[in-house]
Design a protein around this ligand. Structure first.
Ligand code: AMP
Length: 476
């Protein structure tokens, strides 16, 4: 049945219902692979594996719409390992037989780890190429040739341009997290790389989302692909218990500390929008003796690896990350995802909260939403087709963050900017009790106005916000 579908010249979508429930042992995989899967405790393929492995083993191209956490790495790794192991070839110098492109070094490293785990005892070599580390070791690593190479596009193109690697022996190409690679501006690198790969190849493209640009990429790189789709955006979101807490920007850090008093939050991934924001959160957690680390593009590879392994081992309870750095990170048992800042792209929200619902588990996601992020929240609710439950702010109305938090760094937005004099004065160690402070009163009236605003119909809210904007601009 699958073979017949695969000859249809347009992408087709396979439904899980087409297949009877299948074990890995029914998939006709190489016995060594099956042994390794059993050792890993995998018995039943995930839906993406169930749909992809048979069509890939028949040699078809594949367009997979699936997010991290669905088991997509094994979905493409197992057929690659099976294929290469059933047609061993001597290694060609400066060449590889299978190439997996990944947007980030973390994801590339994890894919390599999975390939090596699943492919143990198959006598296939594999390696990884990514930027941010010296290139010479990588040039040496590919000099003898390698069966499977995992790489980020930029560094791979450097190697190819230096003629340290040739792509004319590539038989299988995987573009993993294609939407992310496009977001990161890799499109030109990818096009240059693919142009050097023989047309007679098997190509797989995986993407969590299917914007027009990805559809175009798929159309130009894939031949009669079989299309498989799992966990549409709403499905992941449904597995995660989501709440949102409305909070002033300047209170977010205190809110985080308050939440962390809850011991059930034992391994939390905290997302910020910016790298500096991530560092700031870590600095302030430090101040409160909460072990944490940040992971983002400004961190060196060893720093990222240490942060990840400390988080995995439980040495640190909190990992603060930006969206890009967190993509593809495979950490089981993240109890909570905390959106310190809401992302302005709804798909990022879905990716983020997916980190706490790995391999079918359910999880918790708590989002902090300040005034400026309310529009983002509306977009997220539209995309996920879910209303996110509003939880009470445990700090209560009229809360003012403790001075040490404000003094601990230059907070963003209006904190310490002079527009919010309470923070400014506290940072200088104002001796006045909070409630008597004129800035504190302003703060309280701000909160009251916001609460009463929330109860007004949308049109009126806007009118009142405009009035406030006018008052601010005119100095009233
Ligand atoms: P991925 O989407 O490839 O990042 O995989 C998500 C997680 O699911 C990883 O921790 C895998 O080790 C795990 N996993 C993948 N396939 C299976 C399976 N068939 N059974 C159990 N766990 C799996």
């Amino acid at each position: 049945m699958i073979g017949a579908f695969s000859r249809v010249p347009v992408p087709i979508t396979l439904c899980l219902e087409m297949y009877p429930v299948t074990e890995f042992s029914d998939l006709k995989l190489n016995p060594a692979l099956l042994k390794n899967l059993t050792k890993e405790g995998y018995t039943t393929p995930t839906p993406i594996q169930l749909q992809s492995i048979p069509v890939l083993m028949e040699g078809n191209d594949l367009l997979g719409i699936a997010q991290t956490g669905t088991g997509k790495t094994a979905a493409f790794s197992l057929p690659i390992l099976h294929r290469l192991a059933s047609s061993y070839k001597p290694l060609a110098p400066r060449a590889c037989r299978a190439l997996v492109l990944s947007p980030t070094r973390e994801l590339a490293g994890q894919i390599l780890e999975s390939l090596r785990t699943y492919g143990r005892n198959l006598k296939l070599s594999s390696d990884v190429i990514y930027g941010g580390v010296p290139i010479n070791r990588q040039i040496r690593a590919v000099a003898q040739g390698v069966d499977i190479l995992v790489a980020t596009p930029g560094r791979l193109l450097d190697l190819v341009n230096q003629r340290a690697l040739f792509l004319d022996k590539v038989e299988v190409l995987v573009l993993d997290e294609a939407d992310q690679m496009l977001d990161m501006g890799f499109i030109h690198d990818i096009r240059q790389l693919v142009a050097q790969i023989p047309k007679a190849r098997q190509t797989m493209l995986f993407s969590a989302t299917m914007p027009k640009a990805i559809a175009e990429l798929a159309a130009s790189f894939l031949k009669n692909p079989v299309r498989v789709e799992v966990t549409p955006v709403a499905t992941t979101a449904e597995r995660v218990e989501q709440t949102v807490i409305h909070v002033e920007t300047s209170h977010k850090q205190s809110l985080l500390h308050e939440l962390l008093n809850d011991p059930t939050i034992d391994r939390a991934l905290v997302f910020t929008r910016t790298k500096h924001g991530a560092d700031r959160v870590v600095r302030r957690l430090d101040l409160h003796k909460v072990p944490s680390a940040a992971i983002h593009g400004n961190k060196s590879q060893p720093q990222r690896e240490r942060a990840l392994s400390d988080f995995k081992s439980g040495k640190i309870r909190i990992l603060v990350a930006t969206d890009i750095a967190a993509r593809g990170i495979d950490i089981d048992q993240v109890s909570h995802v905390i959106n310190f800042d809401l992302p302005n792209v709804p798909e990022s929200y879905v990716h983020r909260i997916g980190r706490t619902a790995r391999a079918g588990a359910s999880g918790f996601a708590i989002s902090f939403c300040d005034r400026e992020e309310r529009a983002y929240l509306r977009d997220i609710e539209k995309v996920t087709r879910q209303k996110i439950t509003v939880a009470d702010n445990p700090l209560g109305v009229g809360f003012v963050p403790p001075p040490e938090l404000i003094a601990a760094g230059k907070p963003h937005n209006h904190e310490n900017s002079g527009k919010r004099p309470h923070a400014h004065n506290q940072a200088r160690g104002s001796a006045k009790p909070h409630s008597a402070h004129p800035a504190k009163r302003r703060e309280e009236s701000d909160v009251k106005r916001w609460v009463s605003d929330k109860l007004k119909p949308a049109g009126e809210q806007r009118a009142s916000q405009n009035r406030r904007g006018f008052a601010k601009r005119s100095g009233r």
